[in-house]
Write a protein that binds this ligand. Structure first.
Ligand code: ADE
Ligand code: ZN
Ligand code: ZN
Length: 261
């Protein structure tokens, strides 16, 4: 085989590594958010999006991250910290990180989205990142440990296939249901009660990440010793997964309502 075909072949053989909630998780979050937007925010968002929708643009940051001109955005999807931190230590570590991460980039992108002196293109890109990152930081393993790359290095077997802890939580568990994103949003959403939505929406990005971090500590602790994720894992964890997706959706709406008011 000629040498220059080798990289192409290797690329084709490499399984696509997903780095965030899978496509359906992100889109379900966008869909839930749509249902909680104010009239004004909806109008502003539509001006930026044109014919696109929040669910459809929610995965854009995952689509571009592999291209050279966007390679700097790779760390924008997660915040890793040490294990065993209490709340104050966690928030302190979160705020002390100066290299770009999901937390400090989210704050920057919200500022760009709010700034009407920026170009439409800049504000549109910021909107897409906000939609995506609010989703990512609700995936517990996007607030995990650096030493195992948020669970990417913890190898597991699930339903007869090789996977890892991170991927299980990005998409493996959610795909288990075999639903479309509209079906996921449609199944989760009607059970949301007004009072609970309001309480969730009051939380700050620091709190969202602290919740993810705490959930990740539990998930790390629940890794099956033999690496085999059995049939009891899904029922034991589906409620947590559902709650993180619902929370991401209603909080995304709240932060967009506030930023675009
Ligand atoms: N790479 C390194 N840490 C990661 C994390 N927490 N999530 C996704 N990708 C990562
Ligand atoms: Zn992501
Ligand atoms: Zn991920």
């Amino acid at each position: 085989m000629r040498k220059r075909f080798l990289p192409v072949l290797l690329l084709l053989l490499t399984p696509l590594r997903l780095w965030a909630w899978g496509v359906d998780g992100h889109r379900a979050i966008g869909k839930i958010a749509e249902n909680h937007l104010s009239r004004h925010a909806k109008k502003e968002i539509q001006k930026l999006l044109g014919t696109e929708t929040l669910p459809l643009v929610s995965t854009w940051p995952d689509e571009i991250r592999f291209y050279p001109e966007f390679k700097d955005t790779a760390p924008w999807h997660y915040v890793n910290t040490a294990s065993g931190l209490n709340h104050d230590q966690y928030v302190q570590q979160l705020k002390a990180q100066t290299t770009p991460n999901a937390y400090n980039v989210l704050i920057k992108q919200l500022e760009t989205l709010k700034d009407t002196h920026k170009t439409q293109a800049e504000r549109l890109a910021a909107l897409k990142f906000v939609v995506h990152i609010v989703g990512d930081v609700h995936q517990p393993l996007h607030a995990g440990h650096a030493e195992d790359k948020g669970g990417n290095d913890i190898k597991l077997k699930y339903r007869g296939k090789d996977t890892n802890l991170h991927s299980l939580w990005d998409s493996g568990l959610l795909d288990y249901q075999g639903l479309t994103y509209s079906e996921i949003a449609g199944q989760y959403e009607p059970q949301l009660r007004g009072r609970q939505v309001k309480t969730w929406q009051k939380a700050t990005p620091e709190q969202w990440l602290w919740e993810s971090y705490q959930a990740s500590e539990q998930i790390y602790g629940d890794v099956p010793a033999n690496g085999d994720v059995d049939y009891k894992y899904y029922p034991a964890h589906s409620e947590l997964m559902k709650q993180r997706i619902e929370q991401a959706g209603v909080r995304l709406a709240a932060i967009l309502n506030e930023t675009l008011k």
